[in-house]
Structures are given as C-alpha cells and as structure tokens.
Design a binder for this molecule. Sequence first.
Ligand SMILES: [Zn+2]
Ligand SMILES: [Zn+2]
Length: 323
Amino acid sequence: MVRFTVLASGSKGNSTVVYGGRTRILLDAGLSCRELFRRMKLAGEDPAALDAIVVTHEHQDHVNGLAVTARKLGIPVYFTEATHRAWMRWLTPRRQMTYAQWLEQCRRQAAERQAETDPRECEPEEADAEIEERAAGAPQPADSNGKPGERKDDPAWLPAVEYFEAGRPFRIGDIDLSPFTIPHDAADPVGFVLASEGIRMAFVTDLGYISPNVKAQLKGVDLLLLESNHDLEMLRDGPYPWAVKQRVLSRVGHLSNEAAAEFLANGYDGQAAYVILAHLSESNNLPELARVAAERALEGRASLLANQLRLAGQHEPLPPICL
Ligand SMILES: [Zn+2]
Ligand SMILES: [Zn+2]
C-alpha cells in the first residue's frame, strides 16, 4: 500500500509524507520540527520512521524546519546542488553596511595590519595564550557522520546530504523519484513524480505556468497534487503591494485557480484517482473558489474511482490518502 499525507500546504509551510513499500520520505520541511512531529502524529505517521527528507526548492515555506528535523532524526537530505547552496546562503544573512561603517572597518583593518608588522616581540606567555585561543576557535574534528571540519553549531550542518538532478530519476529505498524542472523564482526548483508499488504520484506546486515539460510529466499518474494558488481577481484587488502581485502573476510565480483549471480541462488525461489542490493562498484565494474552478474543469469526470477532489490546507493535515 502507498500512503500520501499532506501535513501542510501554503505560504506558511509545506510538508508531505509519502510512504511506499518500507520507505517513508518527507517532501519539504516547511514547518518547525515541533509542528511537523505534532502533525505527523495527528495523521498517524511516526516521525522516527522517516528515512529521508527531499527538498523541492529553498523558499522558506519549504525549508523552515529542515535542519532541526534532519538533525533530530539523523536522516539524509536530498537537494539539487544549486538548491543546497541557495539554502546555505539563506541561512547566512548578511547585513548592509553604511558608508560610515565601511570606513570604520577599513580603519580597523589598517590598524590590525600595522600591529601585525610591529617588530615588538611577544612575551612567551602571550604567545601561548594566543595559540590556545586559536585552538578554541578552530573547527572541531569530525564527529561520527560529519565531514572533517564541520560542526553541529554550523546552521547549515546536516547529518548527510545527497544530490539529485532534474531530469535524472533516482531511488530512495522502495520509492522511485523523477524530478523535473518547474518555472519558479528559486535557484533550481523541481516537481516530482514518485512511484512505489506500481502507483505513480505527481507533486507540483510553486510554478508560474504549466510548461510543456511539466505537462508531459503529469501523464498517467494515480494521484495529482497541483498548485491552485490564487484567484486572479482576488489577487488583483487584494492587499499585496504591486511588486509582489507582479511576482506572483509572473511566469516564475504561482499558478492561479484559472490556470490550474485550464490544465485540468484541456491538458490533463483524467487518469488520477485523486486530484489534490495545493498551496492555496490565504490572502488571495478561497477554498470554495479553487474547488469550484477545478470541479467545473473536471466536469463529469469525477467518480468514486477517478478524479476525487481534495483541498490541502495550511492549518491541519489532510486525511491520509491510501492507494
Ligand atoms: Zn511555496
Ligand atoms: Zn516557492
């Protein structure tokens, strides 16, 4: 049996558990570790049984609890290399300097250089103290799983990192994953088709439009999780600043109810047992608007065996879907 449990979906955090064969993976870790564990228990999933975390892209709503969860469970994290790098950069915020601060830094560095070239001899005690100080600040030797020089107090430290590439299928235990590129404003964002025990599940959110490549990936799946982010009218009249509206609407933003419905009506093969609408905006969408748009697009194709519609929410897990 394959089990698919959306723990959370939306701009405040995304996370889904996929269980196939004897393997359980967490797709994105966008909630705090504590909240992830709480929701897993609510949905009847055991956090300690997770085998890996797989990340679609580095936006905060997909990685918020990543480091803490991976460390607590001691499990590997699968990224593309570009996403891993972007995530590490995100963890290391840099401050902007004023011109006065920059001048002060130059002055201090010049003074330090001057002191280094000062021919004054150190007292032996002073030299020892300095060496000790340096040793205390130096990277510690590797612990059991880490690479040399890495430290657990490094915010980007993970028990293990595995890289995958869009377009190259890979496997984690009993689950096959086919990552594909999606149009979104992140370093290297991907959607997935996951397969286990002959069941195929498509997972695609955070995309500005459905590109021909994405459309090709979504054929012949038993479960389709698709973004239905905003209602176009609500976004246009809504509270967001103009620049943010432009970003959401752009070719690398998010998929509207209208665009999702257009795909369901004209691009989708109608084969899935379940269609899950996901990543609904709380500011620019209403669940009923997303549902009605999708129902109209699916027309008479919904039945007990096909195209059952579900809406993934932000605040509580969706009941597990078993296939
Ligand atoms: Zn997102
Ligand atoms: Zn995103």
